[in-house]
Design a binder for this molecule. Structure first.
Ligand SMILES: [Fe+2]
Length: 185
């Protein structure tokens, strides 16, 4: 059986052009060997990933401590990676046009990081952990609404950074990949 790259080179995917990038969905482009997304789509994708993880966490029973522990670890990893790339790559690019929004977002990140740090002190079945998990969900929800809502940093980024968003997306992906490699090493 052909792997995805060979398939692309030999015959293409059914119904899509043989070469180059092709649209999979609005704003999302796929190469046969991986996904290339612009910076805003990548960051919005992070938001979705974390929200799905929260939904999975909520769906667990309080007796499922191993599953909760596992989900918390994924949530922590996603949030820290997201915070890192937003602060290192995205916010500096829009800081001049939206200084107040960036400052507010950084404050929210600090709250998130603080909550995550505190949660590490407790077992997942501790009430104190639960309380912080609820606050974490609320803070992240607010953060997502503010960033993705009308007049938020995503809208400003799309307006002000068009032409740079693909390259910025590459940088974000690269930074995340090298962080993953460091963790795995
Ligand atoms: Fe964000």
């Amino acid at each position: 059986m052909l792997n995805a790259l060979q398939l692309k080179e030999n015959q293409g995917f059914p119904g899509v052009p043989k070469t180059g990038l092709f649209p999979l969905a609005e704003g999302l482009q796929v190469e046969a060997w991986g996904v290339l997304m612009n910076a805003i789509d990548l960051l919005k994708n992070d938001h979705q990933t974390v929200q799905h993880l929260f939904a999975e966490y909520i769906a667990t029973d309080e007796t499922e401590t191993d599953r909760r522990e596992d989900l918390f670890q994924q949530i922590e990893k996603e949030l820290l990676a997201h915070t890192d790339v937003e602060e290192a790559i995205f916010y500096p690019a829009i800081k001049n046009v939206a200084p107040d929004l960036v400052e507010q977002a950084i404050t929210e990140h600090q709250e998130v990081t603080q909550l995550l740090t505190e949660m590490l002190e407790y077992e997942v079945d501790d009430d104190e952990f639960d309380k912080r998990m609820n606050s974490l969900m609320e803070t992240v929800q607010t953060h997502v609404q503010q960033e993705e809502g009308a007049g938020g940093v995503m809208e400003i980024g799309r307006q002000r950074l068009s032409g740079q968003l693909e390259e910025m997306g590459r940088q974000i992906q690269q930074r995340k990949d090298s962080a993953d490699e460091e963790l795995a090493a």
